[in-house]
Design a protein around this ligand. Structure first.
Ligand SMILES: *Cc1c(COP(=O)(O)O)cnc(C)c1O
Length: 407
């Protein structure tokens, strides 16, 4: 059997280590090369416009394509079981390129009313300014999603579990609804990761990842990717990735490649630790509510069990006087970092006030949308991204930081 077919049928951990990589033919180096060159010596008949760029052609200019970035794209596609992947300088680079590729003036898109804040803000303002109509709905509510679809809807955009609520959307149901009106389904699966859910297998057309989170996994490189079918992504690469220029640095690609080698085993530990910490928090007298897809108390635990093979490592929880407790935790935590972002080997925690977020990012227009927000977030949530430290140490750190000074 040749290497390609062996790898195609290999397990996740083997793919994470070997897919996309090969010993360097010039030196026999076992680890991937870091190729920082921006330009490549060309032949006299090389095209000067990206219009004439051939897939699998020679390297020309690193914004068009780079060997190290290409190795990362191949590994990501193998892990997601996607035909192809396009890497970007950040998750937002991937998202903006996708929106500008799919949508044009006069068209309509349905976007989840709660999703990554920068995507929400961009679809409140920048995208409508281009003449694209946006409807925000709670995509977990299939009736609301269906009611929002129009004959000119070209894109349905969901996140599952969504940032920051950990509310889930049924991908297969959303895909069926979108396809019925001829729209494509894009799924931001940054929280789930391919270890939990492979949205293309549920009918999605595009998958988005912020590589900055679990895939890179070490909090030291920004990156993003869009994955899906070659027929869509070859044009996206030329039209929006290369021309808008938000392409990934080879150095970051190299760091993320290295992080990816341990991705499946990291996800097992993230899930194991998160479940222990979630159970601890559920019993804590100061904690009013814990949301974690792996707990039977999650309002959509059945969907989580059906759609997620791993419940990932992010927990939210609510307490009385969230802002004051945030102040205290930011000063008293010794191991857990009080910081934004998630999916790192280090545990991170951050407080998100509902009042603030509903002003800056999320526009909820109906009482039902507000009600769903309240169920998941109340007055505000701590978003806890459980890392790879020993779970008992994380619990001990949270325990001492949550104690009152008088206790
Ligand atoms: C972080 C994040 C993004 C944006 O990724 P960047 O790499 O920070 O640009 C998009 N979607 C989700 C769900 C995220 O958590």
């Amino acid at each position: 059997m040749d290497r390609a077919s062996l790898l195609q049928h290999a397990g996740e951990q083997t793919k994470a280590i070997h897919a996309g990589e090969f010993p360097d033919p010039a030196t026999n180096a076992s680890a991937p090369n870091l190729v920082m060159s921006t330009t490549f010596v060309a032949s006299a008949d090389t095209n000067f416009s990206v219009e004439g760029m051939e897939e699998n052609g020679t390297w020309i200019y690193s914004r068009w394509g780079n060997p190290t970035v290409h190795q990362l794209e191949e590994k990501l596609a193998a892990l997601e079981e996607a035909e192809t992947a396009v890497a970007f300088a950040s998750g937002m680079g991937a998202i903006s390129a996708l929106l500008l590729h799919v949508l044009k003036a006069g068209e309509h898109a349905v976007v989840s009313d709660v999703a990554y804040a920068a995507l929400s803000e961009m679809t409140n303002d920048l995208i409508p300014r281009l003449g694209v109509e946006i409807t925000k709905v709670n995509t977990s509510d299939l009736n609301a999603l269906q009611a929002a679809l129009k004959p000119n809807t070209k894109l349905v955009y969901i996140e599952t579990p969504c940032n920051p609520l950990l509310r889930l959307t049924d991908i297969a149901a959303a895909a069926t609804a979108a396809h019925r009106v001829g729209a494509k389904l894009a799924v931001d699966a940054t929280f789930a990761t391919p270890a939990a859910t492979k949205p293309l297998q549920h009918g999605a057309d595009f998958v988005i990842h912020s590589l900055t989170k679990y895939l890179g996994g070490h909090g030291d490189a920004l990156g993003g990717a869009v994955l899906g079918y070659r027929s869509d992504l070859a044009a996206l690469r030329k039209k929006t990735a290369i021309r808008l220029g938000g392409t990934l640095s080879p150095f970051n690609a190299w760091l993320i490649l290295r992080g990816l080698a341990t991705f499946p085993i990291r996800m097992k530990v993230h899930q194991e630790n998160a479940l222990k910490v979630a159970k601890y928090l559920e019993l804590h007298p100061k904690v009013k509510r814990v949301i974690y897809p792996g707990l039977p108390s999650h309002p959509q635990h059945d969907l989580a069990k059906r759609q997620m093979k791993n419940f990932s490592g992010i927990i939210t929880f609510q307490v009385e006087n969230g802002k004051e407790v945030a102040q205290k935790l930011s000063q008293k935590l010794q191991i857990v970092h009080y910081a934004v972002s998630l999916g790192h080997h280090r545990t991170l925690i951050f407080y998100l006030s509902s009042e603030d977020l509903l002003q800056t990012s999320f526009r909820l227009s109906t009482p039902k949308q507000q009600e769903s927000w309240n169920v998941f977030a109340g007055e505000g949530i701590f978003r806890l991204s459980v890392g790879l430290e020993d779970a008992d140490d994380l619990i001990a750190d949270l325990e001492q930081a949550l104690l009152d000074d008088t206790e």
